[in-house]
Design a protein around this ligand. Sequence first.
Ligand SMILES: Nc1ncnc2c1ncn2[C@@H]1O[C@H](COP(=O)(O)OP(=O)(O)O)[C@@H](O)[C@H]1O
Ligand SMILES: Nc1ccn([C@@H]2O[C@H](COP(=O)(O)O)[C@@H](O)[C@H]2O)c(=O)n1
Length: 202
Amino acid sequence: MLIIGIGGGTGSGKTTVVEQIISHFPDGEVAVISQDSYYKDLSHLTKEERTKVNFDHPNAIDFPLLCDHLRELRAGRSVLQPVYSFVEHNRTNETVLTSPTQVLVVEGILILTDAQIRELFDIKAFVHADSDERLIRRLKRDIAERGRDLQEVLNRYQTTLKPMHQQFIEPTKEFADIIIPNNKYNTVAVDIVRSIINERLS
Ligand SMILES: Nc1ncnc2c1ncn2[C@@H]1O[C@H](COP(=O)(O)OP(=O)(O)O)[C@@H](O)[C@H]1O
Ligand SMILES: Nc1ccn([C@@H]2O[C@H](COP(=O)(O)O)[C@@H](O)[C@H]2O)c(=O)n1
C-alpha cells in the first residue's frame, strides 16, 4: 500500500486536488481518509460549548485513533472510519467500513503536524493558496455546505484560523516532498503527483 499525506490550509483546495489526483484510478484501488473524520468525540460538551472549540489546533484531532487506523490498513485489515458532522460539531454515531487499497490518500489541515503520522506517509504534499483566496473559498463553502453565516466564519477566521495557520499549518510545508500551488486550478502539479504515484506503484 502506498500512503500519500496531503496537508495545507483550510480552503487551499486539498479535497479538490485529492479528487483530481484519484479521478484516473479505478474504483477499489484507491481510498481517501479525511482528517476531519478524526476530530475528537465531544459528546460530553453541549452544542454551544462545542461551537467555541478551537478546531484548528492539533489537540482537536484524535491522532492516536487515526494512526491506529492507518497501521491497520497498511497491515491489510479493514477499519471503521468515524463520520463527522460539521453542523453538530461532533462525531456522529455512524461509521464507514474502509478496506485496504493499493493507494490511500490522507488529507487534512493538520495532517503533517504529527511525527508518527508523517512516518506512515510514503509521499507528503502541501497544497498552497494565498490566505485571501482561502478565506473567500472558506466563506462560500461554509455558508453553502456547513450551515454557517458570514459573521461566524469571519469571527472564527480572526480568532483561530489565522493564528493557528501561522503557528501550526504553514510550518509543515517544510515536511512536504512536493508543494502544489493552487491559487488557480493546476493540472500540471496534479499530473506530476499522479505520475509519482504510478512510478512508485510500478
Ligand atoms: N483552484 C481553485 N480555484 C477556485 N476554487 C477552488 C480551487 N480549488 C478549490 N476551490 C474551491 O474552494 C473551496 C474549498 O476547496 P476544498 O477543496 O474544499 O479545500 P480544502 O479541502 O483545502 O478546505 C471549494 O468550494 C472548491 O470548489
Ligand atoms: N466543527 C468544526 C470542525 C472543523 N471546522 C473547520 O474545518 C476546517 C478544516 O476543514 P477543511 O475541509 O477546511 O480542511 C478547520 O479550519 C476548522 O476550523 C469547523 O468549522 N467546524
